[in-house]
Design a protein around this ligand. Structure first.
Ligand SMILES: [Zn+2]
Length: 175
């Protein structure tokens, strides 16, 4: 590879990784779980995330992946859960801020790949709706996005239904 091609590669793409985990608790009155939301989509489940905001682990992981790719502070630094105004916050607002920063610094999403790990509920039946909602929030085409659901084989907290975990990678290109 010659030098110009190498500098092209290093300055015109950025990769970002985001990870999030929330404890899943029974819904009130038995616990403090919030209604389960993933990618802005409500999912029927008898447990939900314990969280200061709406606890949307997919949106949190995407937000962190975008912020990571552009080298900005992470979601916990931008929106600390000690800040009362973030109580019940819509996680779409966190993502919107990450998108604003991405555009401002001259980058745009090329593609995103997400893996949601939970024992219940199954993700596959909701994939279409989640992709549609993400495309709208990220202002991109659905074919730039991929979401996979995995179980945790009944082991550890995630496999016992006590937590949900999400991994996201994004690739950004120059806008
Ligand atoms: Zn989170």
């Amino acid at each position: 590879m010659d030098e110009s091609a190498m500098s092209h590669n290093t300055t015109h793409i950025r990769i970002g990784h985001g990870w999030d985990l929330h404890r899943l608790e029974p819904l009130p009155p038995d616990g403090a779980g919030r209604p389960l939301r993933l990618g802005g989509v409500a999912l029927e489940h008898d447990r939900g995330p314990a969280s200061h905001s709406d606890g949307d682990a997919l949106l949190h992981a995407i937000t962190d992946a975008l912020l990571g790719a552009i080298g900005e502070p992470d979601i916990g630094q931008l929106f600390p859960d000690t800040e009362p105004s973030h109580e019940n916050a819509d996680s779409a607002d966190f993502l919107a801020e990450a998108c604003r920063r991405m555009a401002e610094s001259g980058w745009q999403l090329s593609n995103l790949d997400a893996t949601i790990i939970c024992q219940q509920p199954p993700i596959a039946p909701h994939k279409g709706e989640i992709l549609q909602q993400l495309a709208s929030l990220l202002d991109c085409d659905e074919d730039q996005l991929n979401v996979k659901g995995k179980t945790h084989e009944h082991v550890d907290a995630v496999g016992e239904g006590r937590a949900i975990e999400v991994h996201v990678v994004v690739l950004l290109i120059r806008a």
